[in-house]
Write a protein that binds this ligand. Sequence first.
Ligand SMILES: *Cc1c(COP(=O)(O)O)cnc(C)c1O
Length: 356
Amino acid sequence: MNATENYSIRVEPTQNSRLSQVDFDNLKFGKILSDHMLVADYDDGEWKSVSIVPYGDISISPSMSALHYGQAIFEGIKAYKFADGTVSIFRPDRNWERFNKSAARLQMPEVPEEIFMDGLSKLLDIDRNWVPAKEGSSLYIRPFMFGTEAALGVHPSKSYKFIIITGPVGAYYSKPISLKVETYYTRAAEGGVGFSKNAGNYALSLYPTQLANDEGYDQIMWTDAAEHKYIEEAGTANLIFRIGDTIITPHGDTILHGVTRRTIMELADKWGYKTEQRKVSVQELIDGIKSGTVTEAFAAGTAATITHISRIGFEGQDYNLPPVEGREFSNKVLNYLNELRYGKLADSFGWNYLVK
Ligand SMILES: *Cc1c(COP(=O)(O)O)cnc(C)c1O
C-alpha cells in the first residue's frame, strides 16, 4: 500500500451550497466560510481517516486536552484566481513545513504531505468557485490542529484533529500603522515557543495590545525578553526595515518565521539589494529615523502582504517615518507580488502552486 492509498480522502459533498448567498463585494475577514472543510483524525500513533465534508460544527468533550493545556497550532495561507480561472495557492509548501515545526515543538504529530498538501489541493478543487475572481480579493485558508483526548492529565494528547477551513476575503487595503515599542510585556523568550504558530502566542498578546491601543497605537512592536533592547516583530506580522541601502529583518527563534518575510527577503536579494538578517536594536532604529537613514519600515504577513509603518512610540516619545509614497522598495514588492499572485507575471521562483 503506498502513502496515497493509505490516506484516501473520502468526499461528502454538501447538499446545500451557500455560495449563491455570498455578497462577494462585501466580505468581512473570517466571517464567511466556504462550503467544505477537510477533517483528519489522529489516534493511537497514526492518521486514521481523512475526509472532506460540509462545513459545520464539530462536537468536543469538555475534558478535551487542547482546551486545558493548549496543544493548538494553525496556519494562514491565501489562494488567488487568475484571469483564466486557474486557482493558485501561494507557497503552501512553506506553511506545511512550518506547521510541522510548530507541531514538533508542542509534542504534536506531524501532518504528512498527502494530508496537508494533497488534501488542501482537493479541498480547493471542490470549492474552487469560492475563490473570488475580483482583483485584490483571495481565499483565506486556515489549517489547524489540536489535541482531542478527553482526559484531565498533563501529558501529550493521544488523539488530534487536523482541519482545514477556508473563506473568501476582500481586497485588503491596509493604511499605515503606528507601533508602540513594548518594553515591559514579553511575547517570546529564547527557548520558548515564539517561532511556532500556536494559539497561545495570540492569547498572551491580547492584553498588552489593548494597552497599546488605549494609548493610541495600532499594534505592539515586541522586543526581546531579556533586555527589551532588540526588535522582534509586530502583533501578527514580521518587521522589515530599510536602513541606508540595506533591507534588514530581525531573526532568531523568538520570532515567527513568516512566509511573507522570507519571500520579501528573497526578492530583495534577487533585485540586488543588500540584505541582512540580524539583531536590530530599538536605539539603532530610533537613531536612524532621526538621522534619516531609516527610509522604510513595514510589517510583513499573509493578511496584507505589506503594512507600512508611519509612527513608532518609544518611552513616551513619537517618531515619524517618511511618507509612504516615497518608499521605493516596499511599494515595488507590493506591486510585484500582486501581479505574480494573479498570474500576470512569469512565476520564475515557482511560488504559485496551481490547483489541478
Ligand atoms: C503568521 C504570523 C506572521 C506572518 O507569517 P506569514 O507566513 O508571512 O503570514 C508573523 N508573526 C506572527 C506572530 C504570526 O503568527
